[in-house]
Design a protein around this ligand. Structure first.
Ligand code: 3EB
Length: 330
């Protein structure tokens, strides 16, 4: 019975956007050129985010579960669950204040997680329109988002050590689009990177409230291998951006950060007996601030990861960051 709900049944694929998908889909998110959803469509939650232009081949990130899924909608969110995994997607702040809208949307997500009984947050993605622009209050849009998110975690009673892996990048419209994964019984292990200050302890010069996320989250399958979600990772050492203005070195530093994060020595600190290298990573997405830098990212990332990497031209949350990279293992 346990195996019917094992994390091995959770599968993620980046595939061409298609109208209809076979059963067992927990959720599909389209990286494309338009805004849609969140809705439950064709039996699963669906959302589309403008993440590129006519030069980016659109793709769908599709999460599949081993068992049949139950879907629903709650306070503007769309969700599906399979007995062990919960996927949900939502949107906030398209035409209202981002701080309040983010806080409310995240609290609605925590409500779903609690009501349905999937209390363990494992992974979150946030695509924020105008992420780097002024918020009209002396800060920027990302800072406003971070405040709303931090307040939601505070009000939801989630302590820093239970924050999951995350990605936060720009988008070309639609307020904040976000999606999350949570588990019913498998307890995630949240992992930090010895080369980087935990994001939730960044000093105030980076924003009124620090970003709420872990560098990676590990889901252990009962008696088997596990899955590691690597957060969006950038060219940050300690809490400082390094190699300002240099795309190649920012990309290389980002890869070094990921290699240390998933390496044997770091994972052993958390009691995880796995030895991963960049080659073992899958579902790699490379977010590139300037379109002209994509060939540089491609050259370096293909050598590290091989083919099958998605390149997405969106803004990054700090003005001086040129690239952010996320992945999943195995
Ligand atoms: C960083 O390490 C780069 O706010 O959720 C990466 C991943 C980043 C997630 C987030 C931010 C977030 O600070 C930015």
């Amino acid at each position: 019975m346990i195996s019917a709900f094992s994390v091995a049944d959770l599968e993620c694929r980046l595939e061409p956007p298609a109208g209809v998908r076979d059963g067992g889909v927990l959720g599909a998110v389209e990286y494309c050129d338009r805004v849609a959803g969140p809705i439950v469509r064709d039996g699963h939650p669906f959302m589309a985010m403008p993440m590129g232009d006519e030069d980016m081949p659109p793709f769908a990130e599709v999460w599949r579960a081993g068992a049949s899924v139950v879907t629903g909608q709650h306070r503007g969110l769309a969700y599906a669950c399979d007995g062990e995994h919960l996927f949900l997607c939502g949107r906030a702040g398209e035409d209202s204040d981002l701080l309040t809208a983010t806080e409310e949307a995240y609290l609605a997500a925590f409500e779903v997680v609690r009501l349905l009984g999937y209390p363990h947050l494992a992974r979150m993605w946030n695509m924020v329109h105008r992420i780097n622009e002024p918020d009209g209050r002396g800060g920027d849009v990302y800072g406003r988002f971070c405040q709303g998110r931090a307040m939601a975690f505070e009000r939801g009673g989630v302590p820093a050590e239970m924050l999951p892996a995350a990605t936060c990048v720009g988008s070309h419209g639609g307020g904040v689009a976000f999606y999350m994964l949570a588990t019913r019984t498998t307890r995630p292990v949240h992992i930090e990177n010895p080369r980087q200050t935990p994001a939730y302890r960044y000093p105030p010069k980076y924003g009124v409230r620090a970003p709420s996320f872990a560098r990676a989250t590990y889901l252990a399958e009962p008696g088997g291998t596990g899955r590691l979600f690597v957060s969006g990772t950038a060219s940050i050492v300690g809490s400082e951006t390094v190699h300002i203005g240099d795309m190649a070195r920012q990309t290389t530093t980002t890869l070094e950060n990921i290699a240390v994060l998933v390496g044997r020595e770091n994972l052993l600190r958390y009691g995880i007996d796995a030895d991963l290298s960049l080659r073992d990573l899958d579902g790699v997405k490379v977010y590139v601030k300037h379109k002209a830098d994509i060939p540089v990212a491609r050259r370096i990332c293909e050598e590290a990861f091989g083919p099958g990497v998605a390149y997405v031209n969106v803004d990054i949350c700090r003005d001086d960051l040129l690239v952010e990279i996320e992945a999943v293992a195995p």
